[in-house]
Structure formats: C-alpha cells, structure tokens
Design a protein around this ligand. Sequence first.
Ligand SMILES: Nc1ncnc2c1ncn2[C@@H]1O[C@H](COP(=O)(O)OP(=O)(O)OP(=O)(O)O)[C@@H](O)[C@H]1O
Ligand code: SF4
Ligand SMILES: [Mg+2]
Length: 341
Amino acid sequence: MAGTGDIHLRDNALLRVKDLNVRFPVSGGRVVQAVSGISFDIMKGETLGLVGESGCGKSTTGRAILQLPKPNSGEVVFDGVDLTELSPNELRRQRTALQMIFQDPISSLNPRRRIADVVAEPLRVWGPSDRREQQLKVEAMLEAVGLDPAAKNRRPHEFSGGQCQRISIARALVLEPKLIICDEPVSALDVSVQAQILNLLEDLKVQYELTLVFVAHDLAVVKNISDRVAVMYLGKICEVADPDELYVRPAHPYTELLLGSSPVPDPNHPLDREMVAGGELPSPTNPPSGCRYRTRCERADEQCAVLEPQLRQVREGHFVACHHPLVDVPVSLGETRVAVG
Ligand SMILES: Nc1ncnc2c1ncn2[C@@H]1O[C@H](COP(=O)(O)OP(=O)(O)OP(=O)(O)O)[C@@H](O)[C@H]1O
Ligand code: SF4
Ligand SMILES: [Mg+2]
C-alpha cells in the first residue's frame, strides 16, 4: 500500500478525499490548476478547517466534494460511497446528506421568497409530502437557528446579514445532513455578529451530530472552531495539524508566513495577495515546479525546484509537505505516509 503518492487514509472516515484534481480551462488554451492532487479525510463529528490565501482552491475543494462540478479526477468517498461514480440521480439523493453554506448570506437567498419557502425548498423534493409536516419542520429549524418562527412569512431583505446567515443555516439543516461545508460563513458579517454565528454552528454541530468543513481566510476563526486545520497553497495542502500545535509550532514556511501576517486576527481584513509578504502568488495556470511555494520561500534550494515535497509526519497528527521544515523530523516519523495529504 505504501509508495510514492500512496496515502494511508482512515477506513472509517465519514469523508475521504483522495488525489482530488480540479482544472478550469481559461482563455488562450491555458488551464487553471485550482486543486492539484489533494487528499484528506474527516471523521464523523470532526471539524476540519481549510485555510489559505485568496485563490488557493478552498471553495473549489468544497464544491468538488459536492461534485459541483465533478472533479477532473480523484475519489470523494462519503459514507462509503464514491460520489464521483454516481449517476446524476443517485448523486442528487446522496447530496441531501451534504450541504453547503456560503459566504454572502444575503445574495444566496432568493429575495422574492418568504423565508418559510426558502427553508422548505429542499423539503419539497426530499422531505415529507405532507405540507403541514413540512411547515412544522421549517418552524423547528427556524427556532433551532435562533429565529422566531412567527417571522416565517417575511422576506430575506427584512433581515440583517447575521439573520440571513441563520436562514441559510436553517435551509442547510432542514434535510438533516451529515456533513456541512461552511465556505467562509462569517467573512461577510460584522465582527459583533461573527461570534454569534460561530457559536450557533458549534451548538448545532453537537445537537445534530454534524461533521464540518470550515473554510476561512482567518486563522483565528479556524483555530477556534476546528479539530484539525489544513493549510492550502496554490491548489495543494502543505500542512495539517491540530490547531494548538499548528499555531505554536508551524512546520511549513508558508504557515509561518500566514501566522506572521495575522498578528491581530481581524476577520474583516482577511489575508489576500497584497497583505501576504514574501512575493506574488504565482499563476495557477503555470505553478512552479517542485514545491509550489518555492518562489516565495527563503529556505528554497535546488531540491525544492525539482522534487515535489510529499506530506510527512513531524509529530503525532502533524503533517507537513516541505523538504526543509521548521521543526525537526524524528527519524521514526519522517518516512511515514500520511492520514491526510
Ligand atoms: N469557474 C472557474 N473558472 C476558472 N477559474 C476558476 C473558476 N473557479 C475558480 N477558479 C480559479 O481557481 C482558483 C481557486 O479558486 P477558489 O475560488 O477555489 O479559491 P479560494 O481559495 O476559495 O479563494 P477565495 O479565498 O478568494 O474565495 C483561482 O485561481 C480561481 O481564479
Ligand atoms: S519544500 Fe523548499 S521551497 Fe517548499 S516550503 Fe519547503 S523549503 Fe520552502
Ligand atoms: Mg473561496
């Protein structure tokens, strides 16, 4: 089983993504390599934070899990079923167990519909056929996300951004999914509201036994909500660790840079290309050979230009893809292939 490119993923994971590739053709015959051979898994009840600067492939990864669109290659095994192999009908049925929450709650809600209908929409296809039962379910969901069910006949524009995100969460929850991909769910909200939504997600996670993928620019947000954090750079995962470990002992130069770039985490000013020091983000249509981070890395040498670093374990549960990591690699762990890659 072990060998170059082989990765030991846990058999009992709820979600197992293996060697996922997503490419987008763009003008001039070029191809954006948005996600390049990433692998990771998530156990039931776990929250995986996915962090990295703009354009590194976080949202594409989230959408590829849902097969929106289908990835160019790779496996997405959810609850034992490889979603990439399903027919459109089978996929639609499976997808009821996987939901996504987006960054901009207001634009993701249809302004012309009453919020009761917005939340009930997934039930029309997959829920109980009885309308009364559907309504009761909608009211219970609104209550669960902290909204007054009596407001169910109002339309989205009558609610604040935070309340709209609560409505989106209610819609995502109404089919009782197992996994929710939260794509920067608080980035567009006022700082004062962000903590409320994060607390709500944490409460709902326990109440509904959810598993979460939590995408964010902001390292502080990811730290607080995640059981593990995966750092992405230019379509690849470069480090994975428990947040406490990652923040105290980053092993990848890019993670160190991200931490240094965010001394006072401010979710209103997410990391972007301008804020991150250490040079320009290379084009995803023509990523550097070897290690993709090498054009910005002070530790880069010839090896980094010719050999792509594979994730390896530097401490229990802490993996890094770097030839010259910032921490010592114990000999006993250095050659270990990884559970997340
Ligand atoms: N439909 C598309 N067509 C062409 N290129 C795309 C498409 N969707 C994404 N990309 C490109 O793929 C790369 C990854 O984009 P993605 O949206 O996944 O990044 P991200 O990490 O979510 O960024 P952000 O933090 O800004 O949301 C970027 O270079 C982006 O421009
Ligand atoms: S592999 Fe080389 S270039 Fe890449 S992060 Fe490590 S030291 Fe830097
Ligand atoms: Mg995104």
